[in-house]
Ligand binder design. Structure first.
Ligand code: ADP
Ligand code: ZN
Length: 430
């Protein structure tokens, strides 16, 4: 049994003991080294000594994304500049950039967390891992690269793009694990088909996809088209990138590396902790981070949490599918909805390809939501009514799901924009 296997199966009491030992140290460390945290504690008369165990965690004020943005680049850094071994920055899909820094020990911890994630996902040292996340300031590629290397797998750092070449590399080197965003996996699937290759011609057995949501429908479609099993992973720049959680073979929630990242679920509005199982905003506290420790960080990502043992036998707490970000939530005519609800409906139609975009327009008095969908090529060529019947059906299903009417428009096959990284699917022009 490997060390990460041992940790993944510790008893609840062992986890609590470890977290109770680490939390007070993490709090004292942040208070002593980061003026922002010292100020936040002093402001409410809290001292690090007041945080003796997990039971006291709720007394610590939250850290928000705006705090991290305001501190760009080194405002929340806890070490001297010459102790920083690596810097990464967010892809900036929402708002101003944020950055995170790592000490040499943080880099080692990152490798441990990512190697464990790969192991949980079913990757072994015998696998050949093709890293098709983009190698940039973004954490994705480097995190996956580090984990695969630490696990002892073979690493092929293709980065993203040059899709035909990606597939040739896969075939030449017998790639068994593909690491990239789900959006890019879809581009690869399309290209493979264009090259006349079916699932059996592609040696992949696992797709490790993260950095953006993958609905169950999209996951199933990718699995069918690329002939592999998808394991979704989750992380965010504020916590050092990927390595926070990942799905195991059971595909029943993401196992959290809770010896490094302590999870809570809170009500997004009141900030009150929610009971296990309820959906709310995930909040993380880093337990051993040196470079950029964060206390009670409001991720804005929505999911539920369970500490029940998984059918795979691992005891690591799990969060469910990320249903959306609190800042992804759209409000139309007083009704709240998430793009993920639209995606769930669209992926239920075999006639549609999983590419879409949502456009909100209007001037405050008259607003409208248009959903642009793309048909599957084969269905489209045999369709006699220009897609009108299908649009009607999709519109009805969407109305049932979100409670109001969206106008569905059909685009030509392969006409909506493809992405090698994260896809932007919502355009709010109001
Ligand atoms: P940003 O996209 O904000 O520029 P990051 O690159 O750090 O910054 O992305 C982190 C965010 O990406 C997470 O907070 C989450 O919203 C999203 N994300 C990452 N992995 C997943 C996943 N598996 N499912 C859904 N969302 C994910
Ligand atoms: Zn499991």
């Amino acid at each position: 049994m490997t060390e990460s296997d041992r940790v993944s199966r510790m008893s609840r009491d062992e986890f609590i003991a470890l977290q109770n030992e680490r939390l007070p140290r993490a709090v004292a460390y942040a208070y002593e080294r980061v003026p922002f945290y010292r100020q936040a504690f002093d402001d409410i008369g809290l001292t690090p000594g007041d945080i003796r165990s997990l039971d006291d965690l709720h007394r610590i004020p939250f850290t928000y994304k705006s705090d991290i943005q305001a501190a760009f680049p080194y405002g929340l850094c806890a070490v001297e500049p010459n102790q920083i071994a690596r810097v990464h920055s967010s892809s900036g899909s929402t708002g101003n950039p944020i950055s995170t820094c790592y000490t040499a020990k943080d880099m080692d911890d990152w490798a441990v967390c990512m190697a464990r994630n790969l192991e949980v996902a079913g990757v072994t040292p015998d696998d050949v891992c093709q890293i098709a996340f983009r190698y940039t300031l973004f954490t994705g590629a480097f995190g996956h690269h580090l984990g695969a290397e630490r696990l002892g797998a073979t690493v092929i750092p293709t980065s993203s793009g040059l899709t035909e070449r990606q597939i040739q590399v896969m075939q030449a080197f017998n790639t068994t694990v593909l690491h990239c965003t789900p959006s890019y996996a879809l581009v690869i699937a399309e290209k493979a088909e264009e090259m006349g290759l079916g699932p059996d011609d592609i040696p992949l057995r696992i797709g490790l996809h993260g950095a953006e949501p993958t609905s169950a429908g999209l996951r199933d479609e990718l699995q069918a088209r690329l002939g592999y099993r998808v394991a979704r992973d989750y992380g965010l720049t504020e916590l050092g990138g990927p390595g926070v959680s990942v799905e195991c073979e059971a595909q029943d929630g993401y196992h959290i590396n809770e010896d490094y990242f302590y999870p809570e679920i809170v009500d997004p509005t009141s900030g009150e902790p929610l009971p296990e199982g309820e959906i709310g905003e995930i909040v993380f506290t880093t337990l051993v981070k040196e470079g950029n420790p964060v206390l009670r960080y409001r991720t804005r990502d929505l999911a539920g949490l369970t500490r029940e043992t998984c059918s795979c036998g691992r005891t690591l707490a799990r969060h469910g599918l990320i249903l959306g970000r609190t800042d992804d939530m759209l409000i139309y005519g007083g009704v709240n909805f998430f793009p993920s609800q639209v995606e769930a409906v669209l992926t239920g139609f075999a006639e549609l390809a999983p590419h879409y975009l949502i456009r909100l327009s209007g001037d405050g008095r008259r607003e409208s939501v248009h959903v642009h969908v793309e048909p599957q090529h084969d269905w489209w060529v045999s369709c006699s009514d220009g897609g009108a019947g299908l649009c009607e059906l999709v519109q009805g299903r969407l109305r049932d799901q979100v409670g109001f009417r969206m106008k569905v428009e059909i685009a030509e096959p392969f006409s909506l924009e493809r992405s090698e990284g994260k896809t932007k699917r919502v355009f709010d022009e109001r």
